[in-house]
Design a protein around this ligand. Structure first.
Ligand code: DX5
Ligand code: ZN
Length: 223
């Protein structure tokens, strides 16, 4: 199953409700919410109160990507605010196993995000415990960056690792995803496509959501 997760980072922050409605009209499966703290990444975006408001208007689940230094401190608040899926960065968590169990105990799906410079092998011991893996295909912090080509083989390696662990957890790919690379990413083993600019910088975000799904569906090895 291919899922499209439009990232509202690229939407007009004064009109997030309309952005979500447009993405949903185009068939979005999830709404991807990028939380940045100005420490883990050189940018600040939104926090718990905004997620709480988004939850009131979104019909599809919220996929919250925590690009913050201390996710343990805030996970409970984000789940209470409405996060159905929570992704935390491996790079900031010395006790990742504990964090994942904690997020699951809160009732959300617990995912691990990895930066472009983080090796797939860093997931080795945790591969059986993740509900999803988020492969960053740009350096986190900003929307509208260029897709890093190496991410494609990285997705294949993560898929192989999860398969070896007997874990069918989906792989989410985030950064520079558009109609030109969607099919290759699905063929490599991703099944959730996060897309910010390719959807919300388009004149018609609903149509762009449909077009991204159509492009993804052309993958020959679609899972
Ligand atoms: C980047 C964020 C992404 C971002 C993707 O740090 O994690 O979710 O919104 O934006 P695009 O699709 O424009 O690269
Ligand atoms: Zn993201």
């Amino acid at each position: 199953m291919i899922r499209i997760a439009p990232s509202i980072l690229a939407a007009d922050f004064a009109a997030l409700g309309q952005a979500i409605a447009a993405a949903e009209a185009g068939g979005a499966d999830l709404i991807h919410v990028d939380v940045m703290d100005g420490h883990f990444v050189p940018n600040i975006t939104i926090g718990v109160p905004v997620v709480r408001s988004l939850k009131k208007v979104a019909k599809v689940p919220l996929d919250v990507h925590l690009m913050i230094e201390d996710p343990d401190r805030f996970a409970e608040d984000f789940v209470a605010a409405g996060a159905a899926m929570l992704s935390v960065h491996l790079e900031v968590l010395p006790h990742l196993h504990r964090t994942l169990q904690y997020i699951k105990s809160l009732g959300a799906k617990a995912g691990v995000a990895i930066n472009p410079s983080t090796p797939v092998s860093a997931l080795e011991e945790i591969a059986g415990d993740v509900d999803h893996v988020l492969v960053m295909s740009v350096n986190p912090g900003f929307g509208g960056q260029t897709f890093i080509p190496r991410s494609e083989s990285k997705i294949q390696a993560v898929r192989a690792l999860l398969d070896r662990a007997g874990n069918p957890a989906p792989i989410e790919v985030d950064g520079g995803v558009d109609t030109s690379n969607a099919a290759r990413l699905i063929a490599a083993g991703a099944s959730i496509l996060v897309a910010g600019n390719s959807i919300f910088s388009a004149a018609d975000p609903a149509a762009a959501t449909r077009e991204l799904r159509a492009a993804a569906a052309t993958a020959t090895a679609a899972r």
